[in-house]
Design a protein around this ligand. Structure first.
Ligand code: PMP
Length: 322
């Protein structure tokens, strides 16, 4: 669906996946006005197609658009379009049996040709669909995480809380170095002091201590994850004490040494819940929960996936069945 300053968003259409042409001076290529979202469609045992909090994704996309000086989307029209697309391509939503799903990637880019730095006047919004296999084909497994204090992902006042391409560009080098050292993902620290925990590559993070659960606050430099928000809601309903507060990486290591850190897990659309088996920081490795899957991580994973696949009643109104 294209946008221009005169007509606004217009002429939405469903068309087969194919390359499209872009002017070499398209402003997205130079100034990075590119935002996107990631959500999944699941096939339930009743053969229905389920979407998990799709409007939350579209609303977050609009917040990203505002931050990046891009036009916001008419959420109702886009949601109707997404449903129409899933009707056409519904057969691509894989069977639930193996935990597979259809990944949905709404994207918006600045298409106007221009060489000056300013907000573009023309954009394209499109949605890519791609079937994805189970995130844990061999079972639900802990990941190894590399804490970096060499690179930062986002700075205060920057675009860290927007889901915009530049944040991911900024993260690639740290991810490559972490992978070369044998780790799966990077844990980012704050830009100023380089000691406060922010988030993981594509996940928010939770620490389970003996007497409380802590997750970093939405400070403006991390992505407000929809899975994070859902987990906070479940934990509150289970009457578990949760704090959204700044937490220093040293506090995590010290608590682990005292035996007070029970679990660490990440939250995000891709893995839903990802137990963390070890953290590496400044040459030191700390194993968490003896590298095993934590009880709470497993409980949250089972609860969320049961709701997402329509196996369990959804008291929160999170799931939409098409
Ligand atoms: N942080 C970052 C940087 C991410 O890319 C993602 C994935 N969208 C998340 C956190 C988790 O967000 P969500 O739960 O909405 O997938």
């Amino acid at each position: 669906m294209p946008f221009d300053a005169k007509r606004g968003w217009h002429d939405p259409e469903v068309r087969p996946y194919a390359p499209f042409s872009l002017d070499p001076a398209a402003m997205v290529l130079h100034y990075g006005q590119a935002i996107f979202e990631g959500l999944k469609a699941y096939r339930g045992r009743d053969d229905g197609i389920y979407l998990f909090r799709p409007l939350a994704n579209l609303e977050r996309m609009n917040r990203s658009a505002v931050r990046m000086c891009m036009p916001t989307l008419p959420v109702d029209t886009v949601f109707a379009g997404l449903k129409a697309l899933l009707k056409v391509d519904g057969d691509w939503v894989p069977s639930a049996d193996h935990g597979a799903s259809l990944y949905i990637r709404p994207t918006m880019v600045a298409t106007e040709a221009g060489l000056g730095v300013r907000p573009a006047q023309e954009y394209l919004f499109y949605v890519i669909l791609s079937p994805v296999g189970a995130y844990y084909p061999e079972g639900f497994n802990p990941v190894k995480i590399y804490v970096t204090d060499k690179y930062v992902r986002a700075v205060p006042g920057g675009v860290g809380e927007a889901k915009t391409a530049g944040n991911y560009a900024a993260s690639i080098m740290a991810a490559v170095e972490a992978q070369q050292a044998g780790y799966t993902q990077v844990l980012w620290l704050d830009a100023k002091e380089r000691r406060l925990v922010e988030e993981v590559g594509t996940m928010n993070i939770f620490f389970v201590f003996k007497d409380r659960i802590v997750t970093p606050p939405l400070s403006g430099t991390i992505l407000p994850g929809i899975t994070r928000d859902s987990v906070l809601r479940l934990l509150a309903d289970w009457d578990l004490p949760v704090e959204e507060r700044s937490i220093a990486i040293d506090e995590v290591f010290a608590a682990n040494e005292r035996g007070e850190l029970q679990e660490v897990f990440g939250t995000g659309t891709a893995a839903v819940i990802s137990p963390v088996g070890s953290l590496h920081y400044r040459g030191q490795d700390c194993q968490i929960n003896q590298g095993k899957i934590g009880e709470l991580a497993l409980k949250l994973f089972n609860e969320l996936t049961a709701i997402q696949y329509g196996r369990k009643a959804d008291p929160y109104g999170w799931v939409i069945r098409l």
